[in-house]
Ligand binder design. Structure first.
Ligand code: TMP
Length: 217
């Protein structure tokens, strides 16, 4: 029987280069022989992608923060049952673009929902499942927003004010600093080649601990 796969998540504010660096990680890990499943939140299933549309769509009514939180966890429940858990159990690695750290950063830090509400839903939906490893791409908010807004049409989150994203960033960094050591901060404000050197270092660590965990043939 194969060992359980590694669950890796990639986090960060707007415009920190998540898509480019996710593609880089995918290429490097798959090229190193890892059986990798790449997915994203909110989304990752047909139902979850519909919820994602609801969440990102610009609306003329205010979405209640608890409504937003529950939509995110409803998509997450489907994603876990349908995609993430079966892949991990089959020994595949899962590389997920955002997960529950984003909920603490955006809904709790950004919107001001109580941490306890996020914790309750985290336990209800995920049980004891947490990412094994999280890469936090970090850059000053103004730098990221300039990149994100340069891409054209802005979604419901990208339209938030600077102070919202400062709270998001501060929450991410606090979680990295005071967490269990699971979250590794990557400086995403430097040129792309230097960001990717940091990612390669992390991949080397992950691959070496994976080789140790593999059962002998
Ligand atoms: P993306 O543009 O990075 O794919 O993410 C979509 C947006 O969803 C992004 O602005 C952050 C937001 N989001 C939350 O607010 N809470 C969450 O838990 C997740 C996963 C995403």
């Amino acid at each position: 029987m194969s060992a359980r796969g590694l669950f890796i998540t990639v986090e960060g504010g707007e415009g920190v280069g998540k898509s480019t660096n996710m593609a880089f990680l995918e290429e490097h890990l798959s090229g190193s022989g890892v059986d990798l499943l790449v997915t994203r939140e909110p989304g990752g299933t047909r139902l979850g992608e519909e919820v994602r549309r609801l969440l990102l769509q610009v609306r003329d009514e205010q979405m209640d923060p608890l409504c937003e939180l529950l939509l995110i966890f409803s998509a997450r429940a489907q994603h876990l049952r349908e995609v993430i858990e079966p892949a991990l159990e089959a020994g595949r690695w899962v590389l997920c673009d955002r997960f529950t750290d984003a909920t603490y950063a955006y809904q709790s830090g950004g919107r001001g929902v109580a941490d306890g509400a996020v914790e309750t839903l985290e336990t209800m939906v995920q049980g004891t499942l947490r990412p094994d490893y999280t890469l936090l791409l970090d850059a000053p908010v103004a730098m990221g927003l300039e990149r994100a807004r340069g891409r054209g049409d802005m979604d419901r989150f990208e339209r938030e004010e600077l102070a919202f994203f400062e709270r998001v960033r501060a929450t991410y960094l606090r979680r990295a600093r005071f967490g269990s050591g699971r979250i590794r901060v990557v400086d995403a404000s430097v040129p792309l080649v230097e960001v990717q050197e940091q990612l390669l270092d992390i991949c080397r660590d992950l691959l070496s601990c994976w080789n140790v965990r593999q059962p002998a043939p």
